[in-house]
Ligand binder design. Structure first.
Ligand SMILES: Nc1ncnc2c1ncn2[C@@H]1O[C@H](COP(=O)(O)OP(=O)(O)O)[C@@H](O)[C@H]1O
Ligand SMILES: [Mg+2]
Length: 236
């Protein structure tokens, strides 16, 4: 079933066209990679889907309902969660408190919110940090903390922006494992990633942006042999 349908979305900043007539879909439980060179418009597309930007034109349907232009809280309530390219960890709070900030959007009972937060920490393999300040975690662990925090809002789709950037190969494997576990829970994942060896083996579909325009869409195999994609990456 189509969960997310991005239809002819454009986003302009003054004279700069960051996204131009971009269309693609994400099915329930699918892992979709959004890739492209720097400045291609990937983060802008994320911000449009998550409600941080209103698209200049086009529609964004979640479960058939147009969420384009709704504020972030309304998109979150509709089922969209996201992580940020620059992790926004509350470093002086414990890992559990970080996740509780999100769990409390749904659960106002503190004890229950804490239990939900502990469950998501365990899901992300971070329960040992529950009562330790987030500042004591590595970048890789903080990225997974951001994922746990996003999951605590119980999304239908999770948007992850470069969660594998700068990680070593074993950390990339841990991040990949978390994505697969999220998919196995039936939550769709839309992943912006420069680390192609992280996303290519697990994506059901890859959408490629270049200079604001979608230049390819298909299986990882199809897009990696696509001439326009190869040119876009070599030119980067
Ligand atoms: N808030 C903004 N105001 C003005 N220009 C922006 C803003 N956000 C992004 N852009 C511009 O839009 C283009 C696409 O940026 P971005 O979506 O961040 O690309 P990517 O994530 O693919 O690297 C870039 O030229 C960038 O400078
Ligand atoms: Mg970006």
């Amino acid at each position: 079933m189509k969960l997310l349908e991005v239809k002819q979305v454009s986003k302009r900043f003054g004279g700069l066209v960051a996204n131009q007539d971009v269309s693609f879909g994400v099915d329930t439980g699918q892992v979709v990679g959004l890739i492209g060179p720097n400045g291609a418009g990937k983060t802008t597309m994320f911000n449009c889907v998550a409600g941080y930007f209103a698209p200049t034109s086009g529609s964004i349907l979640l479960g058939g309902r147009n969420i384009a232009g709704l504020p972030p809280e309304a998109c979150a309530r509709a089922g969209v969660a996201r992580t940020f390219q620059i992790a926004r960890t509350f470093t002086s709070m414990t890992a559990c408190e970080n996740v509780m900030t999100a769990a409390m959007l749904l659960q106002h009972n503190v004890a229950r919110a804490r239990r939900a937060a502990m469950d998501w920490l365990a899901f992300a393999g971070l329960e040992r940090f529950a009562d330790r300040p987030a500042a004591s975690m590595t970048i890789s662990e903080q990225r997974r903390l951001a994922v746990a925090r996003a999951l605590a809002t119980q999304p239908r789709i999770l948007l992850m922006d470069e969660v594998m950037a700068g990680l070593n190969p074993s950390e990339v494997r841990e991040a990949v494992d978390v994505v697969l576990k999220i998919r196995d829970k039936g939550i769709a994942c839309l992943i912006v990633e420069h680390v192609l060896e992280g996303i290519m083996p697990i994506a059901d579909k890859i959408v490629v942006l270049d200079r604001g325009v979608k230049i390819a869409e298909g299986t990882p195999q199809q897009v990696s042999s696509d001439a326009a994609v190869i040119t876009a990456y070599l030119g980067d």
